[in-house]
Ligand binder design. Structure first.
Ligand SMILES: Cc1cc2nc3c(=O)[nH]c(=O)nc-3n(C[C@H](O)[C@H](O)[C@H](O)COP(=O)(O)OP(=O)(O)OC[C@H]3O[C@@H](n4cnc5c(N)ncnc54)[C@H](O)[C@@H]3O)c2cc1C
Length: 414
């Protein structure tokens, strides 16, 4: 696993009060912290890991995510680490024939006002961490949050090893197994989707180069998503199979390339060539949770996967964490003296949209894996309308979302 330097443990336990504590240094936590630093807020990120490591995997961000990052001043660096596929192409699982191809390059950028990009996760996380630390941010690694207790005008945050800090506001950005969530909404059950996914990275030269596209290979009971990362030097894939029961203790484990090859044996050479060239794969049980009605309590809120974990079939979990982050920062800027109000407004601005994406991601899982026949033909035909159908997702502008919410309530939010 690539390690993400630099590490910072600025600040120490003697500094017992922090205005804003962000729990978790994933994409959501780091973007939140960066957005708040840019507003001049003192924020401390607490991360359970001793170092910021990242699994070897890709991440795709739509215009809704990249727009927010560009506004945070990351545009040039983003383009440096990103790959911008020219097309999204849907292919038949066995023949590899193109069922639908749509532009993702300049046309997409003109339509939505920001690019569609793919990244190696470690590159993106390093960029976010570096920029946050450059802005004077504080990051305390080796801090696993175990409990968060709202106490009226402050919050007690407890870490393992019997360490604690007092915070003005706590943001639980601690992912799908969030400890902060348990304190806010109670211990709810993770829902297994009946599918698991194998993730792998392959050097492009090992598969004779890489197509300038994000491809979906859709077939009965399985699908595979492939796209370049690292400026096109590496190919990332996610191969999703039906897997009725996930009995392993952990949601992710080392997988076997031979199992993926066996599962996709009769698929097109475009698929088997890439899988066969992988040295290793990670194997993920795909879980989400039911949407919740509230995810803030007094001065504690949740963000990203901690608030609304979703299946990866819309490719939106990371995008939504970024949207959350900028809307939350905007609310804390708008209501600086009333943090509980700010958190409530943030949540109101975000709940419906993220709930729709949680549900839509479940539906996409089914839709991608239809058997050949009239239903699959109708799906492929309907994919032609994707730019219009997905405009509500990719066209979202987090900066204007709050203004719209305020307008729709005619000042009642104040
Ligand atoms: C197979 C797969 C493919 C995906 N592809 C895409 C995609 O293409 N595009 C997209 O937008 N999304 C994608 N996603 C979803 C995306 O990865 C997540 O939604 C996103 O990473 C969530 O970010 P986060 O910051 O909320 O949580 P995370 O990235 O999980 O970060 C949480 C952080 O909190 C830390 N932490 C956890 N518990 C504690 C604790 N108790 N105390 C302190 N720290 C703690 C963790 O160590 C971690 O650093 C995919 C997901 C999967 C599984």
């Amino acid at each position: 696993m690539p390690e993400v330097p630099p590490q910072s443990t600025n600040g120490d336990e003697s500094d017992g009060h922090v205005p804003v504590a962000v729990i978790g240094a994933g994409i959501g936590g780091l973007v939140t912290a960066l957005a708040l630093r840019r507003q001049g807020v003192r924020v401390v990120v607490f991360e359970q890991a001793d170092a910021l490591t990242e699994e070897g995997a890709g991440l795709a961000l739509g215009a809704n995510g990249t727009r927010a990052l560009v506004r945070l001043g990351l545009g040039a660096e983003l383009r440096r680490i990103a790959f911008q596929p020219e097309h999204v192409v849907f292919r038949h699982w066995r023949t590899g024939a193109v069922r639908q191809a749509l532009p993702l390059g300049r046309d997409y950028e003109e339509r939505f006002g920001a690019p569609f990009c793919t990244f190696h996760r470690a590159d993106l996380r390093r960029l976010l961490a570096d920029r946050y630390l450059d802005e004077g941010g504080e990051l305390r690694t080796g801090h696993r949050c175990v409990a968060v207790t709202p106490l009226g005008d402050r919050v007690d945050v407890e870490f393992d090893g019997d360490r604690r800090v007092e915070a003005g506001v706590v943001v639980g950005a601690d992912g799908v197994h969030s400890a902060v969530r348990t304190g806010v909404v109670g211990a709810d059950r993770a829902v297994y989707s009946g599918r698991s996914g194998y993730r792998g990275l392959v050097a492009a030269e090992r598969v004779g180069g890489v197509a300038d596209e994000l491809s979906f290979h859709l077939g009965p009971g399985k699908h595979m998503v492939v796209y370049p990362v690292h400026g096109g030097e590496t190919v990332n894939f996610l191969a999703v199979v039906r897997d009725p029961r996930w009995t392993r203790e952990s949601w992710v484990r080392r997988g076997r390339v031979a199992d993926v090859l066996a599962a996709f044996a009769d698929w097109s050479p475009a698929v088997t060539r890439i899988v066969g060239a992988a040295d290793e794969v990670s194997h993920w049980g795909l879980f989400d949770r039911e949407p919740v009605d509230r995810w803030s309590r007094e001065r504690v809120t949740l963000l990203g996967d901690a608030a609304h974990p979703m299946l990866p079939h819309h490719g939106q979990g990371g995008n939504q964490a970024i949207e959350d982050a900028v809307v939350l920062a905007a609310c804390l800027r708008r209501w600086p003296a009333q943090p509980a109000l700010a958190l409530d407004r943030y949540e109101r601005a975000r709940r419906t949209r993220t709930r729709m994406l949680q549900r839509g991601s479940r539906r996409n899982g089914e839709c991608f894996q239809l058997p050949d026949g009239p239903a699959a033909d109708a799906r492929d035909d309907a994919l032609r309308r994707l730019p219009e159908d997905l405009a509500w997702i990719h066209g979202y502008d987090a900066d204007t979302a709050l203004a719209t919410l305020e307008e729709s309530h005619h000042g009642e939010l104040v």
